[in-house]
Write a protein that binds this ligand. Structure first.
Ligand SMILES: [Zn+2]
Length: 102
């Protein structure tokens, strides 16, 4: 996956009417999980909705442009990622993180 692939994925996900309407993190998380078949956008591993927040496979809402860098917390800028990838990326720009992953 390239940064462009992830951005494209986020824009396709944003066409979902439920995801497009909500800014509630819990609802975004659940909807993304269903739309992405429960898999992390970055590593492709299965994630769990009902894991503990500290579990590596816990499903998290990932901001393509990090919120700390001014990215919006709404559809078009969000994908589902496992906690391990989300945590591992931190506030790095997407391209930097994806390169570091390979
Ligand atoms: Zn992952």
């Amino acid at each position: 996956m390239s940064a462009a692939d992830i951005r494209h994925m986020a824009s396709v996900l944003a066409t979902d009417p439920v995801l497009g309407r909500t800014r509630r993190n819990s609802l975004q998380r659940e909807r993304l999980w269903h739309l992405q078949g429960g898999r992390c956008a970055y590593c492709g591993r299965p994630t769990r909705l009902h894991a503990r927040e500290t579990d590596e496979d816990c499903a998290t809402v990932e901001h393509v442009v990090p919120a700390s860098r001014g990215g919006p917390r709404r559809a078009g800028n969000i994908v589902l990622a496992c906690r391990k990838c989300n945590h591992g990326r931190g506030s790095r720009v997407l391209a930097e993180f994806l390169v570091a992953m390979t």
